[in-house]
Design a protein around this ligand. Structure first.
Ligand code: ADE
Length: 249
């Protein structure tokens, strides 16, 4: 079981992502738990102010430290001792490895930044900062949904049994091989013969080769990073030989 707590100014945004499909089932089964808290509920002033203009001037608004820190401390005092994560484009870039790492905690608390940023003094209460990519979203809410979705897949019991998350893309630094399902012919296009052969050894070999081919074309950077097993290196040579032959003819 893993618990995800979220501190946000826009709790409504979190309704649909957890209300269908895999994550809904995981919540219903009790293998993940998602709780959303409104930062505005932790204000102490009459007008429930959550942001203010920046000291030193400049455009836009900055999220006040008080309500965020009060929220973090309240959740900690009532809900355990979560790892506190601030969603911000200035954070460490999220990826497959980070998803596996975070899935090993039993309690994460995400703080969603908005507007032009959060008061710098909040950082003292944050354990780590995460970005989901080099672009600016209007806030951390969508980023949290991405992270929770990706992390949940590595929590035991979230995916059906028999689904091996370690067999998939990026686990071994290869892109997925092409997949086909019925009909056998779609608009004149058939399915590779080998997949109909019933020969599992040949199918495994074909899939591995296609995964390597696809990775070589689309993401050669993954092959440079990876320490490929001996068999893959031979397959890569075979692929390159075939390519040269094709180019020559
Ligand atoms: N908030 C705004 N942009 C973001 C990003 N790219 N990742 C995480 N949080 C964000």
């Amino acid at each position: 079981m893993i618990r995800f707590d979220i501190l946000t100014l826009f709790p409504d945004m979190f309704q649909s992502p957890f209300a269908s499909s895999v994550l809904k089932k995981a919540i219903d089964r009790g293998v993940i738990r998602v709780s959303v808290f409104n930062i505005r509920d932790f204000t102490t002033d009459k007008h429930h102010v959550v942001d203010d203009s920046p000291y030193g001037g400049g455009s836009g608004m900055v999220m006040k430290a008080g309500p965020i820190v009060e929220g973090i401390e309240w959740i900690k005092s009532t809900n355990g001792s979560p790892r506190v994560i601030l969603m911000t484009p200035q954070g460490v870039t999220f990826n497959h490895g980070e998803a596996i790492r975070l899935s090993q905690y039993d309690h994460l608390l995400f703080v969603c930044g908005r507007y032009e940023g959060v008061d710098e003094r909040v950082r003292k209460y944050i354990d780590e900062e995460i970005s989901i990519g080099d672009y600016i979203l209007t806030g951390g809410e969508l980023a949290v949904m991405v992270v929770i979705d990706a992390v949940s897949r590595f929590v035991p019991g979230v995916l059906g049994s028999g689904t091996s998350v370690l067999e998939e893309s990026f686990a071994d630094t290869l892109l997925e091989y092409p997949q086909y399902t019925r009909p056998r012919v779609f608009r004149g296009k058939g399915v590779p013969e080998v997949l109909m052969s019933g020969n599992h050894r040949q199918i495994t070999h074909w899939r591995r080769k296609e995964a390597l081919k696809r990775t070589l074309v689309r993401r050669p950077d993954l092959l440079e990073k990876g320490n490929l097993p001996e068999g893959d290196l031979a397959l890569l040579e075979e692929i390159k030989r075939e390519e040269r032959k094709e180019n020559d003819s």
